[in-house]
Design a protein around this ligand. Structure first.
Ligand SMILES: Cc1cc2nc3c(=O)[nH]c(=O)nc-3n(C[C@H](O)[C@H](O)[C@H](O)COP(=O)(O)O)c2cc1C
Length: 236
């Protein structure tokens, strides 16, 4: 059954949890919790600006944040009805440009736009408008890629040229009646371009203390805080 509105399905009524002793030997008291039904689950992932090529040869920029990386693969999630998704499925390639925290205003310039024309009704009704030149709108600059047709975004500290490996459509009726579902996309990264000032000199490593990604956290833009330490596997 479709959910009413854009919220989590309320599968069961849960009473508000109360703080309870853990029952262990120590006296740790678990924080109070309550079961909530948030409209979104964007728990804080980096902002990626995906560049793709439109059918007329111009470039499109799709801001997104549902992305994770493992080995040379990046898996992303794109909701239906977007121009970037159509371009990526058609051309089989893109550039994943990682935004830095000082780019949050440029990203927000792009936030209410789409390269698609005309827009799907649900998107137009949510306040989106068509924008044919997102580079100009956001004051960003295109740089040629090595192997894919879409340009890199020069301002982004990391730019990953990538090929489409696999895609899988997922319907979303249960979440929102009017949406076009979403597509899981697996990409193989071919080339990693990095701003020189975030690379540890004479190595292949990113310096995490100098790389400042922009994060998207429950629809707010957040920068990185101070470094807290590193894992036992860190190489620099
Ligand atoms: C910071 C940010 C993160 C976003 N994350 C996603 C995402 O992970 N997946 C998605 O489908 N749309 C995401 N969006 C929404 C798309 O950017 C939006 O649908 C846009 O219109 C797509 O542009 P296009 O139609 O030109 O591809 C995000 C937007 C912003 C501003």
């Amino acid at each position: 059954m479709a959910a009413a509105g854009n919220t989590f399905r309320q599968r069961a009524k849960h009473p508000r949890s109360i703080g309870r002793d853990t029952g262990g030997m120590d006296i740790y008291r678990a924080p109070d919790t309550s079961v909530i039904h948030p409209s979104i689950l964007y728990f804080g992932t980096p902002v990626v600006l995906i560049t793709t090529r439109n059918p007329d040869g111009s470039a499109n920029i799709t801001p997104m944040s549902s992305a994770w990386a493992l080995a040379d693969r990046v898996v992303i999630g794109l909701s239906g009805g977007g121009q970037g998704l159509a371009n990526l499925l058609r051309e089989g390639e893109c550039v994943l440009n990682l935004a830095s925290e000082d780019m949050h205003q440029a990203v927000e310039q792009l936030a209410s736009t789409s390269g698609r024309n005309p827009l799907p009704a649900w998107k137009r009704d949510s306040g989106y408008r068509h924008e044919p030149d997102k580079f100009a709108l956001a004051g960003l600059h295109a740089a040629p890629a090595l192997t894919v047709a879409a340009p890199r975004i020069a301002e982004c500290p990391l730019q990953l040229e990538a090929l489409l490996v696999h895609s899988a459509f997922r319907p979303l009726e249960a979440w929102r009646d009017d949406a076009d579902g979403y597509t899981i996309i697996e990409l193989e990264v071919l080339h990693v371009h990095a701003h020189a000032d975030i690379v540890v000199a004479d190595t292949q490593h990113i310096d995490p203390t100098r790389y400042a990604p922009l994060f998207y956290l429950f629809r707010h833009y957040i920068g990185r805080g101070a470094s807290l330490g590193k894992t036992f596997k860190a190489q620099v």
